[in-house]
Design a protein around this ligand. Structure first.
Ligand code: FES
Ligand code: FES
Length: 169
């Protein structure tokens, strides 16, 4: 582990959604702030800032992680996916995003990026989840608007469509 100086800025290099990024960060800067303020990737939201709400969830080296519990310098060299990387091409939503749109699974949208990033991973790991399994998995995310019913419906619908079409996104 490299020694960092608290009053110095350190270079952080990341691959984000397939593109190389590099910027400076203080040792205590959170990955959320690095993504949003240093790189302008504001799709990742910040709610509680202590690992409870799930709004800040991104994928780090293929697995979902709370960006508010990760220091930017810790992620140096990692491959990161954020909500900006979900759509397969400009103007086209992913199967999961499209299911959220169809089922009205978002209202204010504050929680949505984090939920999408978790579900994107989960549906690859478990392509045919039961409703109970989905509800258990989503218990790590707080939504204050939707009541969760449309989110679960969208996730089940997306899972079915991904299985039927064989698409990965
Ligand atoms: S902002 Fe990271 S879990 Fe709430
Ligand atoms: S849509 Fe508003 S918090 Fe989930």
């Amino acid at each position: 582990m490299p020694r960092l100086s608290a009053d110095a800025r350190h270079n952080v290099r990341l691959e984000i959604n397939g593109r190389a990024h590099e910027a400076e960060a203080e040792p205590r800067m959170l990955l959320t702030d690095f993504l949003r303020h240093r790189l302008g990737l504001t799709g990742t939201h910040v709610g509680c800032e202590h690992g409870v709400c799930g709004a800040c969830t991104v994928q780090i080296d293929g697995a979902p992680a709370r960006a508010c519990l990760t220091l930017a310098v810790q992620a140096d060299g990692a491959s990161i996916r954020t909500v900006e990387g979900l759509a397969p091409e400009p103007g086209r939503l992913s199967v999961l995003q499209e299911a959220f749109r169809r089922h009205h699974a978002l209202q204010c949208g504050f929680c949505t990026a984090g939920i999408l990033m978790s579900l994107d991973w989960y549906l690859r790991e478990k392509p045919d989840p039961s409703e109970a399994e989905l509800r258990e998995f989503l218990s790590g995310h707080i939504c204050r608007c939707t009541g969760y019913v449309p989110i679960v419906a969208a996730a089940l619908d997306a899972a079915r469509r991904l299985r039927e079409t064989g698409e990965s996104k």
